[in-house]
Design a protein around this ligand. Structure first.
Ligand code: PGA
Length: 253
């Protein structure tokens, strides 16, 4: 199987940045001195997507992600955005299953799997998020919990369909809290996720998937986390809103 695993620095702006500020930051990221061999992905709010895709056209190592997509193809769903609409703009990635959506919008594995299906059928790449809350970590059930999230969301797809998928492991207790999983904690889970994929698909498949760590990744901790064998990069919230911090994270491989 062709090796698709790559280093990825993905920013998730969440519900931040008005139109002008967002495009200014994006222009600055595009113009920054970035490591050539790192794929930079920027998850902007919907309002930026069209301009952001145009702004980054022609750059092989920077792509735009949507932060969400609806789980139906089209129809009477006021205020929603479909996978086909995102694809028609040239959006390449879609973040799916983020813990904030699981918590505040009640997204469950069945819904997440449906969104993944629509993203794939529109030739975009899902960034599938998984991760445990603090109580589960404290009880020592984190590996079982995250393994189940991966199984429930992905196992309905064959290897060929999800060969390009990106997985983001984001312990919920580390998101926006300033508390980061230690590089060892990240490595343990990333390896566990690869084992789950190897058991269902194949060793080669598991080795080919990019797995990102997310949760308070900052300019000063990215390098030691990214250095771990099974960590292929980060999904970065807060620090992706600051030019120098994010560029420094991009350059932390
Ligand atoms: P954070 O967010 O970097 O602000 O912790 C990460 C995420 O939620 O993707």
């Amino acid at each position: 199987m062709k090796k698709r695993r790559q280093n990825i620095a993905a920013g998730n702006w969440k519900m931040n940045m008005n139109y002008d500020d967002g495009l200014k930051l994006l222009e600055e990221i595009v113009d920054s001195k970035r490591a050539e061999n790192v794929m930079t992905v920027i998850g902007t709010p919907f309002i930026h997507l069209d301009a952001a895709v145009n702004l980054t056209k022609g750059y092989a190592n920077i792509s735009i992600a949507a932060q969400n997509v609806h789980h139906e193809m089209s129809g009477a769903f006021t205020g929603e955005v479909s996978a086909g609409m995102l694809a028609s703009l040239g959006v390449k990635y879609v973040i799916i299953g983020h813990s904030e959506r699981r918590e505040y919008q009640g997204e469950d594995s069945a819904l997440i799997a449906r969104k993944i299906e629509l993203v794939l059928s529109n030739n975009m790449i899902p960034i599938f998020c998984c991760g445990e809350v603090l109580e589960i970590r404290k009880a020592g059930n984190h590996v079982a919990h995250v393994s189940r999230q991966v199984e429930e969301a992905l196992f309905g797809f064959d290897a060929e369909s999800i060969k390009d998928i990106v997985i983001a492991y984001e312990p919920v207790w580390a998101i926006g809290t300033g508390e980061t999983a230690s590089p060892e904690q990240a490595q343990e889970m990333h390896l566990a996720i690869r084992r789950v994929l190897a058991d269902r698909y194949s060793e080669a498949f598991a080795e080919s998937i990019s797995i990102l760590y997310g949760g308070s990744v900052k300019a000063d901790n990215a390098r030691e986390i990214f250095a771990k064998k099974d960590v292929d990069g980060g999904l970065v919230g807060g620090a992706s809103l600051k030019l120098n911090d994010f560029v420094s994270i991009i350059n932390s491989f």
